[in-house]
Design a protein. Structure first.
Length: 303
């Protein structure tokens, strides 16, 4: 899904100009759907990464939450999908990524795109050093997808690994899972779940400090299962929301990213009485940095 910008700037019936983006009224309405599909044509570098969100998703949200020439930050930049989308939409981009192999992949594409006059910067470092590189209140939008603790080190390399009879009878093929991003002990994707959430809370605090007031952040996250430890459903997106609010962000919206078209259905739980849904969607959590809300602030009570 990609929005084609039209000439002319949107204004409210009152005559007030659009302060957020460069969308027309019809584009604004079409962009407000709470459930979306996105074209998922993977580049070679995205396949090597394994868990990159579609560039069309990045372009869509950048067009919604910024104007041309503003700056987008991705604190978990991976192979640079967000910065690729910045180049297409005419925005400056900053990406932080710990894995030097991913940074090198991103740089191969960005070298040519910088000729457009945009600042597209990949920083190879631990995200917890973010404040060393970015000035306070200098970013217009944050777009990212965080690691899911050490989930990738726990799951089996292939689905359907134990149902040999079912594979032989019905022709099911094993499906490869995403590999761990790195072996680096600093990698948040290698931390236990509680330590991962603590680290992500710090990322929320740091990105809050470098983001301008009345600006947004979009985090693409997915719930998962940890059946190896007897946990049928890990409510990751709710835990992320809790940590974001503790860091000062306001939960503004939740969009469902429908991925069922691109994900084959897998038999989970057969032949036991444990029936599991295929998790065929992600959550795009929209947060806002604002001091204009008073009585309507999000409140979470801790017990």
């Amino acid at each position: 899904m990609q929005i084609q910008l039209k000439k002319g700037k949107m204004s409210h019936p009152s005559g007030q100009r659009n302060a957020l983006n460069d969308l027309t009224g019809s584009e604004w309405a079409q962009s407000s759907k709470s459930v979306m599909e996105y074209e998922d044509q993977r580049s070679e570098k995205q396949r090597l990464h394994g868990a990159a969100f579609p560039q069309s998703l990045a372009e869509h949200h950048i067009l919604i939450y910024t104007k041309r020439g503003e700056t987008v930050l991705d604190p978990f930049a991976g192979v640079g999908t967000t910065l690729d989308a910045c180049a297409v939409t005419g925005r400056h981009g900053i990406g932080i990524e710990l894995n030097p192999e991913f940074v090198n992949m991103a740089e191969q594409d960005l070298a040519e795109k910088r000729r457009l006059g945009l600042e597209l910067k990949m920083i190879c470092d631990d995200v917890r050093n973010l404040r060393k590189y970015i000035e306070p209140e200098s970013v217009n939008f944050v777009l990212t997808s965080p690691p899911y603790a050490n989930m990738l080190t726990k799951i089996q390399k292939r689905f359907l690994y134990k149902w040999k009879n079912a594979r032989d009878k019905f022709g099911f093929k094993p499906i490869e899972n995403t590999k761990p991003y790195s072996n680096d002990p600093r990698d948040i994707g290698n931390l236990p779940y509680d330590k991962c959430l603590d680290a992500l809370e710090q990322v929320f605090k740091d990105t809050y400090e470098v983001t301008k007031w009345e600006s947004y952040a979009a985090w693409v996250v997915k719930d998962f299962r940890d059946l190896k430890h007897g946990i049928p459903y890990v409510n990751f997106h709710s835990d992320i929301i809790e940590r974001a609010i503790k860091a000062g962000w306001i939960l503004w919206d939740i969009r469902i990213f429908d991925q069922t078209k691109f994900r084959p259905l897998i038999i989970l739980g057969i032949p036991s009485r444990n029936f599991y849904l295929n998790i065929g969607h992600s959550f795009i959590l929209i947060f806002k940095k604002t001091n204009k809300l008073k009585a309507s602030r999000n409140v979470i009570k801790y017990q």
